[in-house]
Design a protein around this ligand. Structure first.
Ligand SMILES: NC(=O)c1ccc[n+]([C@@H]2O[C@H](COP(=O)([O-])OP(=O)(O)OC[C@H]3O[C@@H](n4cnc5c(N)ncnc54)[C@H](OP(=O)(O)O)[C@@H]3O)[C@@H](O)[C@H]2O)c1
Length: 297
């Protein structure tokens, strides 16, 4: 069976992919910093030489958005430079790279969902390095598929949903920002979409009569994926409270009342029509997916 090399095994998305892997017709090799540090070119080379993977799924990233403002050197290395190194190896070994990026490449001034080719203009250092990572992934390996996603949560790792559950159990009242809107993404849904894309790309690679619509699959590079619906962090918190039937009172507050080291885009809704049309992916409503995840927590 062909190999799929995955980085960021211990993160939210890496863990969700790990759950899906046994049912697939590929040999997955899951790695994290301890066994394949993506910032180390020699380590990457060794892994590519050993497995000659058909796919590389890059789930590794520096995702601490506020800390990234001060930890700039390591953020740059992981989110930008290392992605360039991975893409270089992918090009050399004819490996299809699936790289995950973020809604934070946009400045948030839009009033309707961002299309994949809309102008990028990150407003914080994390977003800037993720944008650089996209450029390096595409420049060093033109066949890369970049999937931008947003507001990721899972039963694994640390995220907004788990933080809200904890603080709502500890406190009677909490304040949550209501003037930043975007779309939550259950990492399990994203993992399923990635598997669909892998299978679709693999069938094209192995198809004897590649037709023009298939070629466009291989040449469209940037996609958006999240759950359906655009909400505020406040709406998200209220839904968590309602689904889990918690007594805590949730108050809406403006961003100005909750200053953070990194600026956030006020609006980061993304147009997902390209991923839906090109890969026939069904998007789930944000609340349905939240209910699914909360059953595990
Ligand atoms: N979380 C979100 O809300 C969000 C939103 C939009 C886009 N995204 C993107 O979605 C992707 C997956 O995010 P996630 O939430 O699953 O991230 P995550 O939970 O933070 O996981 C990232 C993983 O990468 C690992 N890693 C860090 N540096 C590494 C290195 N040098 N070599 C190998 N592995 C390394 C981390 O290990 P350590 O924990 O030990 O550092 C961690 O296991 C990322 O590209 C992220 O930028 C996430």
């Amino acid at each position: 069976m062909p190999y799929i090399l995955v980085s960021g095994r211990d993160g939210q998305l890496g863990n969700e992919l790990k759950d899906l892997a046994p049912a697939q017709n590929f040999d997955f090799v899951f790695t994290d910093k301890d066994d394949m540090d993506i910032t180390d070119e020699n380590v990457l080379k060794e892994a590519f030489e050993k497995y000659k993977p058909a796919f590389f799924i890059n789930c590794a990233a520096y995702t601490a958005v506020d800390k990234a403002e001060t930890d700039q050197e390591i953020t740059y290395k992981i989110n930008a430079e290392a992605v360039g190194l991975i893409a270089k190896q992918c090009h050399e070994f004819n490996t299809k790279l699936i790289h995950i990026s973020t809604d934070y490449v946009f400045n948030g001034k839009a009033t309707q969902p961002y299309k994949t080719d809309d102008e990028t203009d990150p407003v914080n250092y994390y977003g800037y390095t993720k944008w650089l990572g996209e450029q390096l992934a595409l420049n060093n390996n033109p066949g890369t598929i970049v999937i931008r996603t947003s507001w990721v949560y899972s039963s694994y790792g640390n995220n907004f949903v788990k933080t809200m559950l904890r603080v709502m159990k500890e406190r009677k009242e909490i304040n949550v920002v209501s003037d930043q809107s975007g779309s939550p993404t259950y990492a399990k849904d994203l993992a399923e979409a990635i598997i669909d894309i892998v299978n679709s790309q693999w069938s094209i690679v192995n198809s004897k009569d590649v037709n023009p619509s298939h070629i466009s699959h291989l040449t469209s590079h940037v996609f958006h994926f999240s759950n359906e619906g655009i909400i505020s962090w406040y709406d998200f918190a209220v839904a968590i409270k309602e689904i889990k039937q918690l007594d805590c009172v949730v108050h809406p507050i403006p961003t100005t009342a909750y200053p953070t080291p990194a600026k956030r885009p006020a609006y980061s809704g993304m147009d997902k029509s390209k991923i839906v049309n090109d890969f026939n992916i069904q998007l789930k409503n944000w609340r349905t997916s939240l209910e699914d995840c909360l059953k595990l927590l």
